[in-house]
Design a protein around this ligand. Sequence first.
Ligand code: HSE
Length: 428
Amino acid sequence: MTTPLRLGIAGLGTVGAGVVKIVQRRADLLAERTGRSITISAVSARTRDKDRGVRLNDYAWEDDPVTLARRDDIDVFVELMGGSDGPAKAATEAAIAAGKDVVTANKAMLAIHGQALAEAAEAANRVIRFEAAVAGGIPCVKALTEGLAGNEVQRVMGVMNGTCNYILTRMESAGLTYDEVFDEANALGYLEADPALDVGGIDAGHKLALLSSIAFGTRVDFGAVELEGIERITITDIEQARDMGYRIKLLGVAQMTGRGLEQRMSPCLVPAFSPLGTLEGPTNMVVLEGDAAGQIVLQGAGAGEGPTASAVMSDVLDIARGIRVSTFGKPASALVTATAAQASVPAPFYLRMNLLDKPGALAKVATVLGENGISIDRMRQYQHDQATAPVLIVTHKTPRHALDAALTAMSGTGVVEGDPVAIRIEAV
Ligand code: HSE
């Protein structure tokens, strides 16, 4: 057997402890699979005296992750601290400069600094691997970078924030409001310290930006992801979308269009019986579409100790096996700066509005849609006993700008009460 692969682990939260457990409990298996033993030389975390449920006495302790990253007795710096800047970035840069490979679960750091870090790693002949940064235990980075390497990727989609999927599906199954389920998710410990990262779509947007870079050979550009969170989704929309055959998901979509790279993370309707439509609870799903392979659907746990540690270990084992892949699937210098598509491709939309219950109200709405070139596919008016009638319309494909113009015109008709709700329907 050749020399051991020696790890330095910075960050001993849920994921860090999970990685230590796998290294300790599966030592024989890991060595058999790679031909090298995987060892831990040193660890680092904010607090030393804390019971993490794993034995750490055999490892050197460093208070400073940058010092850990530079140690002579580590080959791979495993960054599990999180945060786009600060210690995580400083220690990652220090590790690369000191000639270490890097394995990280840090989506925020790579979504913002991925290009610079990939360039630095390649200049130093080192690798940065990040399977654990996207969709927890689902091996989607590997599937895209390696499994689909022979394809022109056409579209990448995903439900990549388990907390949001939990909230949306729990609202539906329990008939609870967004606020009620948000509080439940908080009590269950699902929410990030800054909940906006989850419910505002930022965490999932980081993940989409990373997959998009690999899929389309472009410099990672989180700033170009069109972001909308789930905060304004109501139980009414969830129920009425279901009634029309759809479910609402916080869905990421990336595709190269004739007008540039489209990257969106926003609530969308998907057919209830599609794989994405059947996804329940905090589970994640990533859908990859290649010209040769067709559609690949990957489903699994998007967070948690075991799944995320499993993803970290897959990168560690690749390095032990001598598999060295460019960070985003091709040399950093060859990644191109994408033109961001200024408008998303036309799609059908779900519209919900309250109409004054008087003769000609519906006709006025239909006229406004027609005047903006929008054709109605299906329509339903719900029973009501008030002065307004809830109306749902599913349109045929329309550009978003035409829909926005129609929504503005509707408010001037005098028959629509409040603001209509408009949600894109994604063909999946
Ligand atoms: N907070 C994320 C989620 C997991 O709910 O899926 C970490 O990215």
